[in-house]
Design a protein around this ligand. Sequence first.
Ligand SMILES: CC(C)(COP(=O)(O)OP(=O)(O)OC[C@H]1O[C@@H](n2cnc3c(N)ncnc32)[C@H](O)[C@@H]1OP(=O)(O)O)[C@@H](O)C(=O)NCCC(=O)NCCS
Length: 154
Amino acid sequence: MQLYTIAYALPVHVQRIAELEQELFPENWLSESTILGELERGPCFIALTANGVDGYLQTSLKEGVLDVLRVGVTRNAQGNGIGEALMLRVLDVPHTLCILTVVKDNIPALALYKKLGFELYGDLGRAWVLTKTSWLSIHDRSQCIGTVAFRQVL
Ligand SMILES: CC(C)(COP(=O)(O)OP(=O)(O)OC[C@H]1O[C@@H](n2cnc3c(N)ncnc32)[C@H](O)[C@@H]1OP(=O)(O)O)[C@@H](O)C(=O)NCCC(=O)NCCS
């Protein structure tokens, strides 16, 4: 079992987040300056373990729409509940709709989002668009493909 705590990401954490980006998203990692800019766009969180920053989650938040831009956990720390804890923390941020995209063959991430109650919203070809509506929200769900379709995907 790995002990960890979730905290807000600060500019001092950007260098480490950039390292995690290169490890976890080698094809399209974000630079330090981009990550720094994203700290202004919405709440961002880190997961701290005895080894330092081992996970992070970046968002943009606009007009109640919480867009999860990135979530990642370093390989050595995966499977300890950190990714789920980061997602649960961000879902605590007041919002009406949470949205994210996930590449279709990313089985761990799809399983995580399904566990948290995300629904299939759209198909971008290589990736799914998933949403989760806040229980406070009156968001129009008429276009949502729905949970049943998400189960079929998995
Ligand atoms: C997706 C990711 C963030 C999950 O983080 P994690 O800390 O390893 O996940 P957790 O330990 O919190 O697991 C939570 C749930 O996710 C799912 N999950 C996690 N790893 C899984 C795996 N290898 N296979 C299947 N499901 C998995 C399970 O539903 C799990 O719940 P359970 O333990 O009750 O079965 C992590 O795998 C990661 O960083 N991947 C690389 C970056 C990435 O793809 N990010 C998502 C981009 S959309």
